[in-house]
Design a protein around this ligand. Structure first.
Ligand code: NI
Length: 178
């Protein structure tokens, strides 16, 4: 049980293409995943990608019943997703606000595919294949972007809708700020 340091935007380790995971159920992988959950929960995050703690592997976690950073978001099942592949189910996109634990204190509006299929494996190497929409689809796209070295500000198109959380959303409980 260890809360790891979350790298912040500007750190070149956040800009790398992550490598595929080839070993499952090893002590090192179990420890990594446990630490990622500890780190995500300590920061009230909706998701976390391994590169955000400096581990350059295609491994993301996400999920919550209720999230302080996104109080209006519907629940998302707690998921470990490894070596993911995302496929949009239509070309339709929608825009909504996002934040990132690696970009503390800021929020921006980001276009994302509205509906997608994601495939990959879980922590045991068992296949995962889901078709999702809404915030679930958004959080998967955000986390998987980290595996390609993409941070959400790189996808912001309208910088009039990018700014400090405390100004944009006064009163929003946001562990962004530390
Ligand atoms: Ni992020």
């Amino acid at each position: 049980m260890t809360v790891r340091e979350i790298l912040k935007m500007g750190d070149p380790r956040l800009l790398r293409q992550a490598e595929r995971v080839t070993e499952f159920d090893t002590p090192a992988m179990r420890e990594l995943i446990a630490d990622m959950f500890d780190t995500m929960y300590a920061a009230n995050g909706a998701g976390l990608a391994a590169p955000q703690i400096g581990v350059n592997l295609q491994l993301v976690i996400f999920g919550f019943k209720q999230n302080l950073r996104y109080p209006d978001a519907a629940p998302v099942p707690e998921t470990v997703l490894i070596n993911p592949v995302l496929t949009p189910l239509s070309q339709e996109t929608n825009e909504d606000w996002e934040g990132c634990l690696s970009v503390p204190g800021l929020r921006g509006v980001v276009p994302r595919w509205t509906q997608l299929r994601y495939e990959g494996v879980d922590q045991h190497g068992a296949p995962i294949r889901r078709e999702v929409d809404g915030f679930h689809a958004r959080v998967v796209q955000h986390e998987c972007d980290h595996l390609a070295g993409i941070l959400y500000p790189m996808r912001v198109r309208d910088f009039t809708r990018f700014g400090y959380t405390e100004i944009l959303f006064p009163g929003l409980s946001d562990a962004d700020d530390d």
